[in-house]
Ligand binder design. Structure first.
Ligand code: PXP
Length: 237
């Protein structure tokens, strides 16, 4: 069964808009779990414009499900991960000023770098996942980095879904098969929502986890946080 990890970055974005502590990020993490989330994801960026490094330390001891931290493996980020020891670290290649993650790793070009950081995290008992597009050569190379999993970057699927869902899913089906063949675990995320999640999950075999933030938190404004998480979970059953 595919696990739902709720990305709570948007809660922090809202909090930071006013200073102070409303809405409370720790409450959001606790409540996500209470409402059924099977993991919590955060993406601390170097400018701390949403989740702050201190949030990451504060969240670690209070959650009981899986803690997934995403980010570019800079020295600062790597030190944070080693100190916090989440269950999973998801490595993304985006530059510090990126609005959101908008590409996967070139695993061939960055092979030596990825091998080094991945073995460092794994030696601390932290599972690694790397953000990747559907190119099969890059997925095969991902296996050579030693990573435990890959996270498929689903924005292109989401962008095409409403026009032609069969065409939208096809490269992801192939990518998932390749990942399985080379022994990689599989996560997915970016722009998944209540329209496109079910079809994705039904067509991708071996999907362990999806992490969803933007659409889920936006839906919660209208549908309520508990109800929204329950609705996303239903799409995954
Ligand atoms: N996966 C990664 C690597 C991301 O950077 C993000 C956005 O922070 C997500 C998943 C979740 O994307 P969305 O907010 O569109 O659900």
């Amino acid at each position: 069964m595919t696990r739902l990890s709720v990305n709570i970055n948007k809660i922090a974005t809202l909090r930071n808009a006013r200073g102070g502590n409303i809405p409370n990020v720790l409450d959001a993490a606790i409540n996500s779990e209470r409402f059924g989330a099977e993991g919590i994801t955060v993406h601390p960026r170097p400018d701390e414009r949403h989740i702050r490094y201190q949030d990451v330390f504060d969240i670690r001891p209070i959650i009981t499900t899986e803690f997934n931290i995403e980010g570019y493996p800079s020295e600062e980020f790597t030190n944070l991960i080693i100190k916090v020891k989440p269950h999973q670290v998801t490595l993304v290649p985006d530059p510090p000023d990126a609005l959101t993650s908008n590409a996967g790793w070139d695993t061939i070009k960055n092979m030596d770098f990825l091998k080094k950081v991945i073995s460092k995290f794994q030696s601390e008992g932290i599972r690694t996942s790397i953000f990747i597009e559907t190119d099969t050569e890059l997925i095969k190379a991902a296996a050579d980095t030693g990573t435990n999993r890959v996270e498929l970057y689903t924005e292109p699927y989401a962008a095409q879904f409403l026009q032609n869902k069969e065409e939208a899913i096809a490269p992801f089906v192939k990518a998932a098969e390749t990942a399985k063949t080379v022994g990689l675990g599989l996560n997915a995320g970016h722009d998944l929502n209540l329209d496109n999640l079910k079809y994705f999950n039904q067509n991708i075999t071996g999907l362990s986890e999806v992490s969803i933030g933007h659409a889920l938190i936006s839906d919660a404004l209208y549908l309520g946080f508990e109800n929204t998480i329950q609705m996303y979970l239903r799409e995954l059953k």
